[in-house]
Design a protein. Structure first.
Length: 145
């Protein structure tokens, strides 16, 4: 139960992110989550969109260097300690978290995270066994309707 994340290399200059998001807007692609990491010369924008395969086709046609990665999306309780509980579950089970970012959805009392881990299957298993619900792409789309 994973979602498809698109990673895109962007030049680190004023307006680069605006140009990227303008392409998504023009193509009627809807952003569900976004994370941006930068270095001196370039940035990596990671996005979850409503149609990852069409988005990657459009971005490649526009000359962007991009790829799709399977990541885990989880729903956790929106209360103090919920994040640390999830992180402890992963760490206690030797699942390495490479990076993470949050996203918003229209559901009260829930928080949502994207997780990039070394072993998706192991992470999904230990999270599920501990009452943390991974969500798939279809589940995400239903939350936004």
């Amino acid at each position: 139960m994973t979602v498809k994340q698109i990673s895109v290399f962007l030049e680190n200059r004023p307006g680069a992110l605006a140009e990227f998001t303008r392409i998504l807007e023009k193509s009627n692609m809807n952003l569900r989550a976004l994370s941006l990491a930068e270095s001196e010369d370039f940035g990596i924008v990671r996005v979850i969109v409503d149609d990852p395969f069409e988005t990657i086709r459009i971005l490649k046609d526009e000359g962007y260097v991009c790829s799709i990665t399977k990541v885990i999306a989880v729903e956790i309780q929106d209360k103090p300690g919920a994040l640390v509980r999830m992180l402890n579950i992963l760490g206690d089970n030797q699942v390495n978290l490479e990076y993470s970012y949050a996203f918003l959805a229209k559901k009260a009392n829930s928080a949502f995270m994207i997780l990039r881990v070394e072993d998706n299957d192991k992470a999904i298993k230990v999270l599920t066994q501990n009452g943390i619900r991974p969500i798939c792409h279809d589940d995400m789309e239903k939350m936004f309707k």
